[in-house]
Design a binder for this molecule. Sequence first.
Ligand code: UDP
Ligand code: MG
Length: 321
Amino acid sequence: MDKLAVVVPCYNEEEVLKIASQTLRDVLEDLIRKEKIADDSFILFVNDGSKDRTWELIEEEHAVYPTRVCGVKLAGNVGHQFALTAGLITAKDMSDVTVSIDADLQDDVAVIEEMIDKFHAGCDIVYGVRKERKSDTFFKRTTAQTFYKLMSLMGVKTVYNHADFRLMSKRAVEEFSKYKETNLFLRGMMPLIGYQTDNVYYDRKERVAGESKYPLKKMLALAFNGISSFSVKPISWILGAGLVIIFISILAAVYALISYFTGHVVQGWTSLILSIWFLGGMQLLAIGLVGQYIGKIYMEVKGRPRYNIEKVLTGDSKREA
Ligand code: UDP
Ligand code: MG
């Protein structure tokens, strides 16, 4: 039977912690009863340097349910993406499969069972995808959707309307742990891992209690990070802009020469206008070219794994990677 770890990053979540613990314990008990997961499955709360009583509450829960509720205390606040990574990497050595979920229970815990079923059917990653965004404000909904569209425009593979509610097998987390980059955008990284994946759909609810720890500033930072960590397309656009402007400078040259010969120009205008367009174009082209190298260096320094072997079939053996 597979041992499940539910990883929950928490930052100042004292209002929801006990409710989250209760709800998730009920889910685990139910799955254990149905013999879908091992009876030593557990919840792993990751305290992301909370300033309130979150950690004390985690300790209290652990004292009452020593095997069911476990905790990781980070030394300071590192943000949701790092806290989740810390939790996943800690959990992978203690379990066979992980599910990550926010402490506020906005994601529907009822679909965890479906995730486990898909895992048993052979999926290594199962994405929780929101059906609709009824509970979000108009603002959050439109900004989020624009963001997903922008990401795909930039050529970043992400799962539409998926946040970080996700099942990952032990080997998927192990592969993920080989990505050493510090600019983390988990949603963009998981599709790079490969393996068989699937989605489960749910309605996202309101927070059970407390308020969002993702103000607009953090959201924008996450969005910018997502794009800049995965795409060097903006650099290519500079190169493209350079080419376009040089082309315009040729048109401008024709126009300026015609004007010159028909005699409608002030002295010195022709050479000036030609220089402005041409030099502008050349400068952009040069910056874009340098940028291409920087883009490559950027991709190199990430040191991402180049491939992930799932299986090897050889003459005398059949191995699983
Ligand atoms: N979180 C965290 N560190 C932070 C900010 C948030 O671990 O610096 C956690 C938070 O406790 C919650 C999850 O990340 O479990 C998602 O945050 P929140 O629900 O506030 O975001 P929203 O759903 O409003 O986007
Ligand atoms: Mg939330």
